[in-house]
Design a binder for this molecule. Structure first.
Ligand SMILES: Cc1cc2nc3c(=O)[nH]c(=O)nc-3n(C[C@H](O)[C@H](O)[C@H](O)COP(=O)(O)OP(=O)(O)OC[C@H]3O[C@@H](n4cnc5c(N)ncnc54)[C@H](O)[C@@H]3O)c2cc1C
Length: 467
């Protein structure tokens, strides 16, 4: 086929970190590549906005740690200023009407370790036998025993964790004290943007085990915004990405792939879908195995998240010996942290509200939502929190092009293998994104690594035989 302007070796759908990193790798290998982006800007869930007179607000991703080397390499290339997040002082945990020092309870990494152990235990024959024996221990006569055994088995089948399989049941079976159970529940609701009852426990355990670092994920951030890494990725591309062009349809033909947006069509040897699974579900695929693909994409649902930045004249919480970190049992999924950049800019608290409460608050008007947050923060930090110099929020609920935030997760009773199956999808269509990465699942680092690895597979396997 004659290569017209409409033809490329690889067409990348999605101009987030994954898609842009993939495009750079594909071009480096000497293949032609075009990135198509639905929105009028690149970066996806990395989105830095200028706030007149007071720097920037990262509406999406903001923080990294020292093990996230793919991001840090781009930071070095772009000469971005990297600031440590303030950490000193006492962190708080709010449960009922009490405000506790958070270090009286299990630290987050311990909660994650216990949760992983609990979910793994569900699969061990010893644990299954133990729960069977527990059910049958109170039989008295043989006839009662038979009846009870029947009822017991029925109940077991209905409620055994391997069947119920939600993260919520795993949290309950960790047998923590009520305060710690509520802490774990709220923290996980925030981390995954969904009620733990809705999350597939086995898939969540897999996600947790994919965090390839023992360091806190919030060590550094960037006073000029994380958007700089998107600029670094774009700066190397030969073809500028096409914006405002949502891809609607991907069709496999004998001579290659046809990709259609509302305005334009392309021909490509290979298509890389670098959009989150809930957004990919909106694309019509006419390819081999399309029903299977729809089932895999349907395993995921997007999280719900509201991120709010509050700027103050002074870091008044530090004067009380507080770190600015507070985890709330209620509203479930509310976590606050000090995200001040450095001494040259206003002190800043960032609040993350994830899960069902975020969905409820998203329906409020902006002033109502922000006042509700300030009222909650007063419980932790006192009345001074009520007077921020500025407040901005980003609502990631039913977001058209990502579904929501932070990421999409696999839900109960859906295919727990969907991450690997999508990452290894055979043929002329491949998938990449933060949700498919094996080392930093759900982070910008993971998006970049997943994009590069999918691109390398396309190049290595010579799926594109057309160079
Ligand atoms: C509030 C919030 C805070 C976060 N904080 C952090 C953090 O501090 N650190 C961190 O590492 N991570 C953080 N994350 C997670 C991180 O932002 C994401 O995991 C990562 O950016 C995802 O990158 P991606 O390229 O896989 O997907 P995306 O960034 O979602 O990119 C996908 C792109 O595809 C486009 N697209 C969708 N559908 C189509 C279509 N049909 N046609 C064409 N284009 C399409 C979208 O517009 C988007 O630009 C945060 C996320 C949120 C929401």
């Amino acid at each position: 086929m004659m290569k017209s302007e409409q033809h490329v070796n690889v067409l990348v759908v999605g101009g987030g970190a994954a898609g842009l990193a993939a495009a750079a790798t594909i071009e480096e290998a000497g293949l032609s590549c075009q990135v198509i982006e639905a929105q009028s800007h690149l970066g996806g869930r990395v989105q830095t906005c200028a706030v007149p007179g007071r720097g920037v607000f990262d509406r999406g991703a903001q923080m990294v740690n020292g093990d996230m080397q793919a991001v840090l390499e781009l930071v070095r290339q772009q000469n971005m200023h990297c600031a440590p997040l303030p950490k000193t002082g006492r962190s708080l945990y709010l449960f009922d009407d009490h405000v506790y020092p958070a270090d009286e309870f299990l630290p987050p990494d311990k909660i994650y370790d216990l949760l992983e152990e609990q979910i793994l235990r569900w699969d061990s024959p010893k644990e299954i036998l133990r729960s069977l024996l527990l059910r049958f221990q109170w039989w008295t006569t043989p006839w009662e025993s038979v009846g009870e055994a029947g009822r017991g088995l029925k109940h077991l089948i209905a409620t055994h964790p391997a069947t119920a399989g939600s993260l919520g049941s795993a949290i309950r079976q960790m047998l923590l004290c009520p305060e710690e159970e509520a802490l774990a529940y709220s923290m996980l609701t925030e981390a995954f943007g969904a009620a733990p009852e809705m999350l597939n426990a086995h898939a969540t355990r897999e996600i947790i085990s994919r965090y390839a670092s023992r360091r806190d994920d919030m060590e550094f951030h960037f006073p000029e915004g994380m958007g700089g890494i998107i600029d670094a990725l774009v700066s190397t591309l030969e073809r500028p990405p096409l914006l405002s062009n949502p891809v609607l349809k991907v069709v496999e033909a004998e001579d290659g792939m046809n990709v259609h947006s509302a305005q334009k069509s392309w021909k490509a040897d290979h298509v890389l879908i670098a959009v989150p699974p809930p957004a990919a579900r909106q694309i019509l695929f006419e390819i081999e195995g399309q029903d299977d693909l729809f089932e895999l994409l349907g395993a995921f649902e997007a999280g719900d998240m509201i991120k709010t930045a509050l700027d103050y004249e002074t870091a008044f919480w530090r004067l009380k010996g507080l770190s600015g970190t507070a985890i709330f049992a209620d509203p479930t999924g509310l976590v606050v942290t000090d995200a001040s950049a450095d001494d040259s800019s206003d002190p800043r608290l960032i609040a993350f509200l994830g899960g069902p409460e975020a969905r409820l608050w998203a329906k409020l008007s902006e002033p109502e939502r922000q006042q509700r947050l300030l009222d909650q923060l007063s419980r932790a930090f006192g009345p001074a929190v009520q007077n921020p110099k500025a407040i901005s929020d980003a609502v990631w609920v039913d977001h058209r092009w990502s579904g929501g935030g932070y990421n999409a997760t696999i839900r109960i009773n859906r295919n727990a293998q969907a991450m690997d199956r999508l990452a290894d999808w055979p043929g002329r269509v491949s998938f990449a994104g933060a949700e498919l990465d094996t080392t930093f699942w759900g982070y910008v680092e993971g998006a970049i690594l997943s994009g590069r690895s999918a691109a390398k597979a396309i190049v290595d396997q010579r799926i594109c035989k057309y160079q």
